[in-house]
Design a protein around this ligand. Sequence first.
Ligand code: PLP
Ligand code: COI
Length: 358
Amino acid sequence: MELTITRTSHPAQKPADPRTVGFGTIFTDHMFEMDYTPGQGWHDARIAPLENLSIHPGAAVFHYGAEVFEGLKAYRTDAGTVQLFRPWDNVQRMRDSAERIQLPDFDPDFLLEAMTKLVALDQDWVPSAPGTSLYIRPVEFCTDIDLGLHSIGKAKLMILLSPVGAYLAGGLKPVSILIEDHDVRAVRGGTGYAKCGGNYAAANRAAAKAEAKGYDQVLWLDGVHQQYIEEVGGMNVMFKIDGKIVTPALTGSVLPGITRRSCIQLLRDKGYEVEERLFSVEELVAALSSGALEEAWGCGTAAVISPIGKFCYQDTCYTIGEENGPCAQWLYDTLTGIQWGRVKDPYGWVYPIPAEKP
Ligand code: PLP
Ligand code: COI
């Protein structure tokens, strides 16, 4: 498919200090867009100046939430080059998410090519200050104008770029977590493994409750027994117990995080035993009470590695530590070292963006 490129004639002002921009409220000059029509397939692939969409208010996405998305980052290396981290995995996960929602599939190589060209075009927006990056947000949704519940026909796929600082206010420092024992985020057979907007909508009430009580994040339990630990709002979760790493198994209701996968590889190669298994909240409480729990952290693209300092479950709070644990700190340094090109990448995870603008 042909990809047309129209450059903006009014480049926007870039943030003076990207460390202070927070996460996801500033966007670059251009966006990628393509449309899907049954019979015609994907068409009108274009990179053009970022602008508001004009969409009929009857479009199914507004009513029935047929939407999937991804999140990855472009990093500025010390040498000034720009690179992505495992973008193939995000593209494949977006296809898996789209399949779950029955949004149209797309050519993964074409999407990666479009992403590469968009980042190359807006590469001056990739910040270089410590801890900053350019967040890449692909999103696909149904554009059928139809209030009936029908199979999906038309769709739109876009990619937006946003220069970001730290996702969690305060950067790398221990966060407090409320273990949610009422609402559930996902159930067996549901959409938990897919990155679709509905999962995040289902999380809002518990997240608001946690925020009102002063916690940074919610830890979700499984939707069937409300007993097994699944993940944190926008992160997978890992525990270091008696020297071993335990992380919830991918049972179908947990997002298969690319950071999680990368951490497991790094930890195993460092010599840690990593168990991917069911891990109950009782086991966590027992490990917290006995002192066997050495560290806990969340891991995800936006949040990177986020040490957990405190858990609260059913009105009892357990403190793990006020400082970043050594294992979480080592993971943060190694992972971000590879992402920012300061640590050698023996895995073939990094993906360079061409220096020339398309
Ligand atoms: N779990 C949820 C619910 C998320 O939103 C994310 C973020 O993308 C993750 C886990 C971590 O996934 P990844 O490491 O691929 O960013
Ligand atoms: C990401 O880490 O890329 C996500 O999509 C999480 C989101 C809550 C910001």
